[in-house]
Design a protein around this ligand. Structure first.
Ligand code: NDP
Length: 262
């Protein structure tokens, strides 16, 4: 059987990198990958969050590695990747999860007029440019190995008219859908899949600050009648990196409890 494409035994390619793995959806993806036997490296920005997550994972050092790194600091991110490679070898799985969604300061002023160019640039940088950078950084080794799994965490806000999120967030997440397709097309011949998961409203620190009223109003739009959980996103990520998902690439999978995505 040829050792390429979907027939390859991937059991020795188990090094994963998850951005924003200290909290919320990223935390649950790391936890799920660890449970599935992967070696997982993650970054987040705050040392206390990274430390708290490491305690919660309670894993031997040969299975987990984490640093505080801002994903927009390209040099730091590159050094982090080098340290992961030095420990465990090439990274086979990348989950671009780290994301920010600034809250609207003044509910009576339209988003467009209260979004500064500086804030726009920061959101695009974290949510869209960093995934592009990391894909470019890790793809050569995946190509050389003839295998890779890349997941971008998008959002319903990039698929439908955003009701809560700002224009920078919606644009960055819509951009991830395009980046996913473009990267998938380039990398498919090399045994690498690239997919996007677009969560609807998920309970996390990112949605908590919007408040109970916003979450109640979101509930009225979700046919299954509840908010999603970070574990439910992690299940989809676990499937997409498994050998069962080898024929899925360029896809955006809506995980929204039925809330409408265009
Ligand atoms: P959280 O705010 O709960 O967690 C975000 C994680 O990303 C944190 O660990 C944070 O680090 C890290 N992070 C943020 N910015 C950076 C950065 N510049 N460099 C490195 N790490 C960073 O978010 P969620 O878990 O809710 O969201 C995760 C992803 O899912 C995001 O891309 C978000 O847009 C997307 N999403 C979330 C939805 C939801 O309803 N929650 C809905 C749709 C999409 P630290 O802990 O140090 O602060």
């Amino acid at each position: 059987m040829p050792k390429t494409g979907n027939n390859f035994d991937y059991s020795d390619r188990r090094v994963a990198l998850v951005t924003g793995g200290a909290r919320g959806i990223g935390f649950e993806i790391v936890r799920r990958f660890l449970a599935d036997g992967y070696q997982v490296a993650f970054v987040a920005t705050k040392v206390e969050h990274v430390e708290r997550a490491l305690v919660a994972f309670d894993c031997p050092r040969h299975q987990i590695y984490a640093e505080t790194t801002d994903v927009t600091q390209q040099n730091e991110l590159e050094r982090f990747v080098e340290r992961v490679q030095a420990r465990w070898g090439e990274i086979a799985i990348l989950v671009n999860n780290a994301g920010i969604s600034p809250k609207r300061v003044d509910q009576d002023t339209p988003w467009l007029s209260q979004t500064t160019l500086q804030e726009w640039a920061r959101v695009i940088d974290v949510n869209l440019t960093c995934p592009f950078n990391l894909i470019r950084l890790l793809a050569p080794a995946m190509i050389a190995a003839g295998y890779g799994r890349i997941i971008n965490i998008g959002s319903l806000a990039g698929r439908a008219m955003p009701l809560i999120a700002g224009p920078h967030y919606a644009a960055s997440k819509a951009g991830l859908v395009g980046l996913t397709r473009a990267a998938a097309r380039d990398l498919a011949p090399h045994g690498i899949t690239v997919n996007c998961i677009a969560p609807g409203r998920i309970l996390s620190d990112l949605t908590g600050p919007s408040g109970a009223a916003v979450n109640r109003s979101a509930l009225s739009r979700i046919p299954v009648g509840r908010l999603g959980t970070a574990e439910e996103i992690a299940h989809v990520a676990a499937f997409l990196v498994s050998s069962m998902a080898g024929f899925i690439t360029g896809a955006t999978i809506d995980v929204t409890g039925g809330e409408f995505a265009a």
